[in-house]
Design a protein around this ligand. Structure first.
Ligand code: SF4
Length: 357
């Protein structure tokens, strides 16, 4: 039987007390998400394995179409479309999220697992004042008066650096800049103090200064409340800033997973090497142009046989065309899905001498 999601303050406080637990708060095992379309079945996520502990940040990196966002949206039940087939396990604090009824999922979403997106306009209702939307979110999950919820909203807007929050609380989303709107979304997360925050490219549309401020706010949420953060991005710089552990996704699969330091000093996957070569280095002369990974991500309807990266891989071998590599441990805590000899790929990874050593 699916356990009732604890959503009272007591339950939330009790669950946060265990923030030092070493076990995963959110664990995804063998997740598969397929969508039937007129052109064929889209294999958006194919056997993904991820986990994150309280107070930790998992960075999920990969190109568009790698399955990062679909995985995240599936965690909070946003891919339950009639044409979707979802299998595998998503366990959050002992709750089976895949089979959680919609009415219980709504109580988990927002209060215990919050998600912020690249474009806050997709989450904020354009016709309602931003303050009202936060007040409503508080009152959906807690029995508090409107005046108390409003006072907490003003405080949260102040905490995320919105000037004159007493006035801004009555602004409509279109009256705020992109950075301000993202702050509003983080303020909403601050007032609800979720156990897990999933941030899907939250800074991609923002300039560098605002990006740093938003990352700082997310870091605070993690440090002050023990929130587990899943940071989805294509930007390795963001990963280097924030992540404790990194998962590299490609074609709906997790193909490399390692603690941040390990990934940046000894990456073992040709795809990860390609991602790293495509970012500028501070410790080397500026090249005329950066390397990019040749070719395009594969169609998720017609995936190539064998390793899905083989059409783009400079190290491709015969076996790569026939057999998909398993995600296997290379060193403790370092998982890699590649047919290359372990010693060889460890040497190549070390030779890269990447930026974040
Ligand atoms: Fe490249 Fe083969 Fe490794 Fe895939 S399995 S990343 S094609 S070497």
């Amino acid at each position: 039987m699916t356990p009732e999601p604890p959503d009272s303050d007591n339950a939330a406080a009790k669950s946060r007390e265990t923030s030092k637990s070493s076990s995963a708060l959110l664990e995804i095992r063998d997740l598969r998400v397929h969508f039937r379309t007129r052109d064929g079945v889209v294999h958006a996520v194919e056997g993904a394995q991820l986990s994150v502990e309280r107070g930790q940040t998992l960075g999920v990196v990969g190109e568009s179409g790698s399955g990062k966002s679909v995985t995240a949206m599936t965690v909070i039940g946003l891919t339950r479309f009639p044409n979707a087939t979802i299998s595998g396990e998503i366990e959050f604090d002992g709750i089976d999220l895949i089979n959680l009824p919609d009415n219980q999922m709504r109580r988990v979403r927002g209060r215990r697992i919050a998600m912020i997106f690249q474009d806050p306009l997709s989450s904020l209702h354009p016709l309602y004042k931003v303050g009202w939307q936060i007040v409503e979110a508080i009152q959906t999950h807690e029995e508090v008066s409107t005046s108390e919820a409003r006072a907490r909203t003003i405080e949260a807007l102040r905490e995320v650096g919105i000037p004159s929050p007493e006035k801004r609380i009555d602004s409509y989303p279109h009256e705020l800049s992109g950075g301000m709107r993202q702050r509003v979304m983080i303020a909403m997360a601050l007032v609800l103090k979720p156990d897990v925050l999933i941030a899907d490219e939250p800074t991609t549309a923002l300039d560098v200064t605002v990006q740093a401020q938003i990352l700082d706010l997310i870091r605070r949420l993690k440090d002050e409340y023990g929130t587990a953060v899943v940071m989805i991005t294509h930007d390795l710089g963001v990963i280097a800033e924030l992540a404790d552990e990194v998962a590299v996704m490609y074609a709906g699969r997790v193909m490399e997973k390692a603690p941040r330091e390990v990934l940046f000093t000894s990456p073992e996957l040709p795809y990860t090497w390609g991602l790293m070569r495509s970012i500028p280095r501070l410790d080397a002369p500026r090249p005329d142009r950066l390397d990019s990974i040749s070719g395009l991500p594969p169609s998720l309807i017609n995936l190539p046989p064998g390793c899905p990266f083989h059409p783009r891989c400079p190290y491709v071998m015969d076996v790569c065309l026939k057999k998909e590599p398993e995600l296997k441990q290379s060193e403790p805590g370092h998982l890699v899905s590649c047919h290359l000899d372990v010693k060889e790929r460890q040497q190549i990874g070390r030779d890269l001498q990447t930026l974040y050593r």
